[in-house]
Write a protein that binds this ligand. Sequence first.
Ligand code: ADP
Ligand code: MG
Ligand code: MG
Length: 886
Amino acid sequence: MTKWVYTFGDGQAEGSAGDRNLLGGKGANLAEMSNLDLPVPPGMTITTEVCGWYYDNGRSFPAELADQVSAALEHIGKLTGRTFGDTERPLLLSVRSGGRASMPGMMDTVLNLGLNDHSVLAMARDAGDERFAYDSYRRFIQMYSDVVMGLDHGVFEEILDDEKARFGHELDTDLSADEWKQVIARYKQTVEEELDEPFPQDPVKQLWGAIGAVFSSWMNARAVTYRQLHNIPAEWGTAVNVQAMVFGNLGDTSATGVAFTRNPSTGENKLYGEFLVNAQGEDVVAGIRTPQNITEEARLEAASDRPSLEKLMPDAFGEFNNICQRLENHYRDMQDLEFTIERGKLWMLQTRSGKRTAKAALKIAVELAEAGVITKEEAVRRVDPASLDQLLHPTIDPHAVRDVIGAGLPASPGAATGEIVFTSEEAVAMAEAGLKVILVRVETSPEDIHGMHAAEGILTTRGGMTSHAAVVARGMGTPCVSGAGSLRVDMRSETLLTVAGPLKKGDIITVDGSTGQVLKGAVAMLQPELSGDFGQIMEWADAARRMKIRTNAETPADARAARSFGAEGIGLCRTEHMFFEGDRIIAMREMILADNEKGRRSALEKLLPMQRSDFTELFEIMKGTPVTIRLLDPPLHEFLPKSEEEITEVATAMDVSIDQMRERTEALHEFNPMLGHRGCRLAISYPEIAEMQARAIFEAAIEAGRSSGEHVVPEIMVPLVGLMEELRFVKARIDAVAAEVMGEAGQKIEYLVGTMIELPRAAIRAHRIAEEAEFFSFGTNDLTQTTFGISRDDAAGFLTTYQQKGIIEQDPFVSIDIDGVGELIEIATQKGRATRPHIKLGICGEHGGDPQSIRFCEKTGLDYVSCSPFRVPIARLAAAQAALEK
Ligand code: ADP
Ligand code: MG
Ligand code: MG
């Protein structure tokens, strides 16, 4: 016979902390606390398996369940000296939900179950306190009607407010027994009127009603949504805990409270919590009365004039304090606790590992490791890498008032305040004038890069989490809200239309890229703080890590930021970004619009010194760590002049007619630029471009080597290779330039030539490509696009639908598609190594900063991951955790 019910209480339990899957988190920890002989009111846990049975069998219960529940009730009765349903010494119960993973607010607890018109008299007599008995009864009617019978609790609150006004009371605790009786009469009448049935008086009926309600709540809309958001499978089910009541509302020697063994927002090792005298559980969080501090120290700090638990009930406090320490040591983690004091006697009602901020997580992990409670490795594993994002950007002060005027997607974390501008040119101009600006666009394109760099924050009204604005902003570490559909940009009148009225250029807004909110005006901010604990965890993580962490950076600012975050090299320097800035774009346009090699070479000559000085600076900043530079990659299409003004500008610079210019521009137009004339195809059509870039790289390497005294070994990366012959062709040109420069300088240069693997053909033919390539860098953004045949820029709309309809679980542009793209990476890794055993392998897509993808890279045995500067600490930690998992 299946065991559906597990009892606990009186220093023992049928389950333990290890039975989380069967008993749920709450049930398993109640059992564990009983086993530790802590004061836990006796009770039973109806297992999560019953939940599964319930749904598999048309919402009914297994036949043996009723008997098992009765037997457990008898056991609880023996331990408490009471009987469920009795009218002399009635046993009252709490009915509580509790799944494997905590799901806050999924279902409300029902307290004081078993009360009716008869047992309330017995409770009053027994406790010698009539007010207490009727206070409990009215609470029970309120909760049961709401949670089990579906009657909105608002109606009861209205009645209570009404009656309090009539009696002239301010607080619930002021009501006398007689007054509560009158409230209860109105409650019962309302239930009958609203639901056409009287409030149930039979305790057994009450109990099964509550058990059924908990199981049903597993499938309510709130719970289903919560599970989807947190990847909790529906099969897990919830358990039901039925437990003897203890009473915090038995007068002034009784209380109820919640506490953390350490401060959950700062991590400080001090008991932290709140309680209320003469109250039951939900009162503390309901905000009906202001709770009091648990410790005297906290009371003084808060300058509260209401006594602390420490002062008010020193014995119960002392015991509680000891239990807190015991539980923390037992679970080896900060605990979140719920307790009740009944006439001076302490009862423990819940313990679990407490939720905490990133800052607290770091501090707690470091302190527990330093105290020898956990190992350093465990400390490293305890911190969620993604949560570090909170610490790497300015954030809005949690106490600040938020005047929200719109909302979009939290595309790039952190918050920024500035004046609204609508064009990138304005952003640059105003930033140069020393103003802080927020760039507001419908969406952004590669031409906005300079404006995005100049802006403090970015707001778009269209586009998803992987839109251009979102991807680029994350890479730059610039806060960004994308796809704020409730806002409208009117470019003609330079106005941002919001629910709070129109905003003009120069008006101040704040974007919160961590929540997606757009706020009016400036808001108080907290600056990022890489505290000692952060550094300590990073140090321990570095000791555990195998893979190197590089960064994707092309600007000196990004490279410096990445170095300060611990980057060990550059994995991707995109040279095209260097061509968009200032008057470089004109020289670039001259180059691509020239109709012969001579014209191209003369434009390239102008670009050479600019490239060289860019690279020199990067090499100097990176101090001899490896720097991978990718040759020009994007479709020429992207560089073409668009407006009449731009066409005229280039025509003048090149001394050709505007008509000729327009013709040439049209000739270069492509239908599908992403799959067009780009990548190494450019270097094959126009080898002089690759040659200029190679020369700039080699000359810079020599220069930086001299100025910094570091040995610079550049890694030149040829993009979008599908055929070994493509790489062979381009590599020959690079080698020739190297020989030339070495001859000129009279100095040897060490360098590597490799390729990005971003086409399925390249992955499949990796053994051939490795004949030429000294390294592979997996360009997983393009590899994902080309493997799926999906354009990332257009995917936001339908990929969300895919996720909603369960076709895919995760956006493959955020977390690597291990089954498809991942398999290609594995194939390329094996085949590449078969040809060249020590070939360097890394990844440089957005995935390089995603903890799940990093785990995959560790398993595959890559040498490094490369990510945007602001994700470097996240990658360091994630790589360490991945290495520790092995
Ligand atoms: P949640 O999961 O929402 O925290 P709980 O099941 O922990 O719900 O119950 C909420 C509160 O109800 C508890 O913090 C406690 O104050 C009160 N409560 C639960 N069980 C009992 C009990 N047996 N006796 C007294 N109070 C209880
Ligand atoms: Mg709780
Ligand atoms: Mg690419």
